[in-house]
Design a protein around this ligand. Structure first.
Ligand code: AMX
Length: 438
């Protein structure tokens, strides 16, 4: 058994016992109540999932295994004090709950490099799609095609013991994570560049390799990708992409299927597609005023356009959140990055003005429960600044990163033998009759 699996096995055995004790001692303990408002309101706030990798606080934002983003900057391995946390370390922490050493990060890095060869038919499956296919269609198709290598699926067919499910799930998740930057950059190079594919560099870390294979090679661009992959990695279990992957995995669909299903959820405009929407919307604002980014817009003009967007019945992309009730720390991390490395970018300047204007307008309208920006309000402007102009690709980048959290959780789902998810549903008449009977 390899080193990381050994660590996982030791930890996992203790957690299995913890879960068994909980079920034995406290199975009937009530943790929450469910109102009709909850059921008809997308189950907001109802505690009903077990997620070990991270927890979202509505004011402080995401914590990976108890660590906030600023704390993670302090504890996770980086190449130097000015550097960004490495994805290998993020995954190690999400998976094992332990802060890795640089040696452990290097072990993971080398392991992923060795696992990074993508079966040729995956590229052919992507190529077979029509030109009109969106990057997320190509990406999820690629992931599904990669499922032919699933060890979990093969071993499950020949009869695997339940307590051993996690082992082949681990192999699948590790292979999948290692291959995702190759698949995603293939899509990027074919669709938005000269079509020439750039080979993985075995000396680079996972995030920098993603940048490299997309065609970005400066140290600052590597930093950008490391930061981006770090902040998007996980957001507890109830968001659409994480929950979908967990749900599909609960039917013992293999990790490739489960994660691909999550990605199809991420593609929705209320979720990961919002990072594209922000740029599309800002561009539409400039078009409305017939102005270039360089010419800029005044605070007043931006304010009026925000009001117009709401009057037209649309949401302000990048603002609001189902759980958060403060500015998303992932927004702050990106803003700090821009403040440090980017000077005089007109689009980033616009994003900063929006941060001044939008919360007050949303507060005044009184509808959105959270008027503050989420992660997507900033990410597109940074990516655009560094030359990733084709914003319809942004959700794919978000998706590559999300594999770290979703993948780690899938391994735990199988380790803890979590059962198939099957909540109860009722008809509208049932709810009405129930309400009338009370
Ligand atoms: N602009 C305008 N109206 C907004 C709004 C915004 N940014 N955010 C919320 N509202 C509205 C909702 O549409 C809803 O109106 P309705 O009653 O007419 O349907 C009302 O305020 C109450 O919504 P809520 O409880 O505050 O939010 P929610 O939990 O239902 O939805 C979210 C959360 C993110 C879908 C919503 O805030 C939104 O649509 N934001 C814009 C899209 C976006 O940025 N999505 C990315 C989220 C982060 C991510 O997953 N990557």
């Amino acid at each position: 058994m390899d080193y990381i699996k050994q660590r996982l096995f030791e930890k996992g055995s203790l957690m299995r016992a913890q879960l068994q004790d909980l079920l034995k001692e406290s199975r009937d303990l009530i943790v929450d109540e469910v109102t009709i408002g909850n059921v008809l309101g997308g189950m907001r706030g109802v505690t009903s999932l077990l997620t070990v990798t991270s927890k979202l606080d509505q004011y402080e934002g995401i914590r990976y295994r108890g660590f906030s983003l600023p704390e993670l900057y302090k504890v996770l391995p980086r190449y130097n004090t000015e550097g960004e946390p490495l994805a290998e370390g993020v995954f190690y922490l999400l998976l094992t709950g332990e802060v890795p050493t640089m040696e452990e990060v290097e072990y993971m890095r080398k392991d992923w490099v060795q696992r990074s060869e993508v079966p040729e038919h995956v590229f052919r499956a992507i190529d077979a799609l029509p030109k009109t296919s969106k990057p997320m269609t190509r990406f999820s198709t690629g992931i599904l095609a990669a499922a032919t290598q699933s060890q979990f699926q093969k071993q499950h067919r020949v009869g695997l013991r339940k307590e051993d499910y996690w082992d082949s799930t681990y192999e699948d998740v590790m292979n999948m994570i290692a291959q995702l930057p190759v698949i995603a950059s293939y899509i990027y190079r074919k669709e938005f560049c000269d079509g020439e594919v750039i080979a993985l560099d075995p000396n680079l870390d996972w995030s920098a390799n993603f940048a490299h294979m997309m065609g970005f090679n400066s140290e600052e661009e590597f930093k950008l990708f490391r930061m981006y992959m770090f902040i998007h990695a996980d957001h507890e279990g109830g968001n659409v992409s994480a929950h979908t992957a967990h749900l599909v995995g609960s039917a013992l669909s293999n990790p490739f299927y489960s994660y691909a299903a999550g990605m199809i959820g991420l593609a929705g405009p209320l979720h990961g597609y919002a990072n594209q929407e922000v740029i599309r919307w800002i561009k539409s604002m400039y078009k409305h005023y017939n102005r270039t980014f360089e010419e800029g817009l005044s605070e007043e003009e931006i304010h009026d356009f925000v009001e117009k967007t709401l009057d037209d019945g649309n949401v302000i992309p990048g603002y609001g959140h189902a759980v958060l009730r403060a500015t998303d720390p992932r927004f702050i991390t990106q803003k700090d990055f821009a403040d440090k490395y980017v000077q005089n970018d007109p689009l980033i300047h616009t994003v900063n003005i929006l941060y001044k204007v939008v919360p007050a307008v949303l507060q005044e309208r009184g509808k959105a429960k959270n008027p503050w920006p989420n992660v997507d309000a900033f990410s597109g402007s940074l990516l655009l600044h560094y030359g990733i102009k084709d914003y319809i690709f942004y959700t794919v980048m978000f998706g590559v990163s999300r594999a770290l959290g979703v993948g780690a959780q899938l391994i735990w789902d199988r380790f803890l033998s979590l059962p198939i998810e099957r909540p109860n549903s009722q008809t509208l008449d049932w709810f009405t009759e129930y309400a009338n009977s009370e």
